[in-house]
Design a protein around this ligand. Structure first.
Ligand SMILES: *Cc1c(COP(=O)(O)O)cnc(C)c1O
Ligand SMILES: [Zn+2]
Length: 397
């Protein structure tokens, strides 16, 4: 390839690989999942991390997730589609100290991302790579936030976006998609129903799907949370990370980041214990983890105010369960009433209007501390994945 060095990102990507069967794929062409029928796994981007790269490359870089561009998949700067996503703040719990004892407890607050959620990270990476690969229509099923993010980044990239969303989602999630110019289709059903439709129609219409973990690059965008956590905690990872698990992209992404950081020699071998927090209505991961299973069963108990957690069967359930096992993690469910109460408690005492998905983590923290799973002295990080402002119609004030 003839290229102008000035315009290259310096990405160290070498190929894609299947974490189940090890098949390698060319990173310069379009892929979805592993083509081996027996696994159909999410593909992982692989980077050449043996190069002795120094952390000092980060100094003076912009405060967005693209500061880690060597570890992201885009080849050319001109293809990066960015709205300033990432490098979100770490905020300590301040006025609710009576619940935290001698633990240090922090939020990583993703609510300030473009379109109000951490979906911006994954979608920025996926849309950038889609632009680089010449894709002109991108489709996704969504529980809400992924649709809004796709609509915005596709608008920015001048790519057409098609979004399938459950009718029961709060109005703001629909309005933002339409304002950003996406084609929005409302479905009488859950995200799995939307996913089936997108899958069928994508094949017929030649759309590129960015359904959670069925393309390789949303994972890469969400992975940057792991890089940031390491950098913001001065390369000392916390002991426990609580994560509200829908499809699991962020959980798997952080775990991948921690592996890459160790290969780079930027952090040690210590891993945070990862906790998947689910809604009581979609508890398949919690049930499977507690039963020691390697895969989850379809579980949909209906509406939850945490629409991002209404994922009845995550596509990458095997990987989610593997992360929990390998990090000596845990899995726990939280009900809508508890989430609603936590949204209000955090707003009133901490000045943060977190999404119900984020609020669920606060309740999970209290429970895991009460059972002594979170130990005295553990440093704990909760990922507030979105802004509560988008959910107000479902929070009784
Ligand atoms: C999508 C979403 C989640 C779940 O993220 P996954 O990557 O699907 O696990 C959690 N919280 C919010 C606010 C979301 O939008
Ligand atoms: Zn495979």
């Amino acid at each position: 390839m003839i290229s102008d060095i000035e315009t290259e990102t310096g990405t160290l990507i070498t190929n894609l690989t299947c974490p189940e069967c090890g098949t390698s794929y060319n990173a310069a062409v379009i892929h979805t999942v592993c083509t081996n029928e027996a696994c159909k796994s999410t593909l992982f981007a692989v980077y050449n991390l043996q190069a002795g790269i120094d952390k000092s490359i980060l100094s003076g870089r912009p405060a967005t997730m693209w500061r880690y561009k060597e570890f992201l998949p885009v080849f050319e700067e001109k293809n990066i589609v960015t709205l300033g996503e990432g490098f979100t703040p770490i905020i300590p719990v301040e006025n609710l100290k009576r619940f935290i004892g001698d633990n240090e407890v922090y939020w990583k607050d993703e609510s300030g991302n473009p379109t109000g959620s951490f979906k911006a990270r994954g979608i920025s990476a996926a849309v950038s790579k889609a632009k680089e690969l010449g894709i002109d229509v991108i489709a996704t099923p969504t529980a809400g936030n992924a649709g809004g993010a796709l609509a915005a980044y596709a608008a920015r990239a001048a790519i057409k976006a098609v979004v399938y969303m459950p009718k029961q989602t709060p109005q703001v999630f629909k309005d933002e998609c339409r304002l950003y110019g996406a084609d929005l289709v409302e479905i009488d059903g859950n995200i799995s129903d939307c996913g089936r439709l997108v899958n069928e129609l994508a094949a017929v219409n030649g759309w590129f799907q960015v359904s959670t973990l069925k393309e390789p690059y949303r994972l890469e965008g969400k992975k940057t949370m792991g890089y940031e956590i390491a950098e913001q905690f001065n390369w000392q990872l916390p002991d426990v990370i609580l994560y509200p698990t829908g499809g699991g992209t962020g959980l798997i992404g952080m775990w991948k980041a921690f592996d890459e950081l160790e290969q780079l020699g930027w952090t040690g071998s210590k891993r945070p214990r990862m906790v998947a927090v689910q809604s009581e209505s979609c508890n398949g991961i919690v049930t499977a983890f507690n039963a020691g299973k390697q895969v989850s069963e379809f579980a949909d108990g209906g509406f939850t105010i945490a629409n991002g957690l209404r994922v009845p069967k995550p596509y990458a359930d095997k990987l989610i369960l593997r992360v929990l096992r390998e990090t000596q993690g845990a899995a726990i469910t939280i009900g809508d009433g508890e989430m609603s109460a936590a949204v209000k408690e955090i707003a009133r005492h901490e000045g943060m209007l977190v999404a119900p998905e984020g609020a669920a983590l606060w309740q999970a923290f209290k429970k895991l501390k009460a059972t002594n799973w979170i130990k005295p002295g553990d440093k704990v990080l909760m990922i507030n994945t979105g802004s509560g402002y988008k959910y107000l119609e479902n929070i009784a004030i």
